[in-house]
Design a protein around this ligand. Structure first.
Ligand SMILES: C[S@@+](CC[C@H](N)C(=O)[O-])C[C@H]1O[C@@H](n2cnc3c(N)ncnc32)[C@H](O)[C@@H]1O
Length: 316
């Protein structure tokens, strides 16, 4: 019963301009949404299987251990909106339990989203499915796209940590703004917690080098998007934890001088110069509950594993 995917990406030109400006900046950046070309998606799935990357299996254990309670709070018959759906495996686990009236996948990665919808269609042929390709980095407004009735946003995997707390607040407020007299809007979200820096860094710098490959691969995607000639092998993967900001940072560090042409103009990366590719903010559960309340949610309930490594929130 799959319906068409709506493409909300303004224009490829806007994306190019943003990428080029980020790469020309004195402190070069690439937004993490550019990780997810098909190889990037496959590498992300492999990261989730590494021994060091505890968030995925801890979140899954919290889901399994508290499923009945979570289902009771979310309620059946809602439209399930899967934010950063990726391969939609987590939503696929929840659909038979939450019995949504419809599923809407939202992702910047159009190819991954189309493949996920295809798979869900095979698994749940009677469920209305649709997709929205968009960048929700500055908030999300799906009010014109949603069928009537209550909505449950689902944002797993601690992806909210990619946004600085003020930007996370903008996104959370925009989700809350879908609530109206005729529509309840709730949120089920996975959040990684602040913990020992060594464990955090190991989760983003696994022994097999899969996260390093994931990080370097962003340059392949940049080459495809901009026609540049970045050599991924010329950059070293760096993962560090900034205790004061409570965030993991991922960077690509030039091993030696590297010059690329950006729209015909050379950009020189000096040895040791870094391109900042990702932040992943970590929260104490009480702090994230405060953020949800600031976003306008009246209630925030959370579940954690015994070690407190990860938290799953339901906000309504
Ligand atoms: C870390 S993966 C998580 C996939 C899956 N939800 C999970 O938890 O395993 C992040 C997903 O969010 C998407 N994404 C990242 N930044 C985005 C943005 N600014 N707007 C929309 N989607 C984004 C990526 O394309 C990717 O599919």
């Amino acid at each position: 019963m799959q319906r068409a995917v709506t493409d909300r990406i303004a224009t490829a030109a806007d994306d190019r301009a943003e990428l080029i400006a980020g790469l020309r900046a004195e402190r070069a950046t690439i937004a993490p949404k550019h990780f997810y070309d098909p190889l990037g998606c496959a590498l992300y799935a492999a990261i989730c299987a590494t021994p060091e990357y505890y968030p995925t299996r801890t979140e899954a254990a919290i889901f399994a251990g508290h499923a009945a309670d979570i289902v009771a709070r979310v309620g059946a018959g809602r439209t399930l909106v899967d934010l950063g759906a990726g391969d939609a495996r987590k939503a696929q686990w929840w659909i038979p339990r939450l019995r949504p009236a419809a599923y809407v996948g939202v992702d910047y990665a159009a190819a991954e989203l189309a493949a996920a919808l295809e798979r869900l269609d095979g698994a749940f042929p009677d469920l209305p499915l649709s997709g929205v390709v968009t960048d929700f980095g500055r908030g999300l407004d799906l009010r014109a796209d949603l069928p009537p009735g209550d909505v449950a946003f689902f944002y797993p995997g601690s992806s909210i940590g990619n946004f600085a707390p003020d930007d996370a607040l903008v996104l959370l407020r925009s989700l809350r703004a879908h609530a109206a007299p005729e529509r309840r809007a709730s949120l089920l979200i996975g959040v990684d917690t602040h913990k020992d820096a060594r464990r955090l860094v190991a989760a983003y710098d696994d022994a097999l080098g899969i996260t390093a490959a994931f990080n370097r691969n962003v340059l392949n995607n940049v080459n495809a998007l901009l026609g540049t000639a970045f050599d991924p092998a010329a950059f070293r993967h760096v993962a560090l934890y900034d205790e004061s900001l409570r965030r993991i940072e991922m960077h690509l560090e030039a091993a030696h001088e590297h010059v690329v042409l950006l729209d015909g103009t050379p950009r020189r990366f000096a040895p040791g110069e870094r391109i900042h590719t990702e932040n992943s903010y970590k929260y104490a559960p009480q702090d994230f509950a405060r953020l949800l309340r600031r976003a306008g949610f009246a209630t925030a309930t959370w579940w954690t594993d015994a070690a407190g490594d990860f938290a799953v929130f339901h906000a309504a």
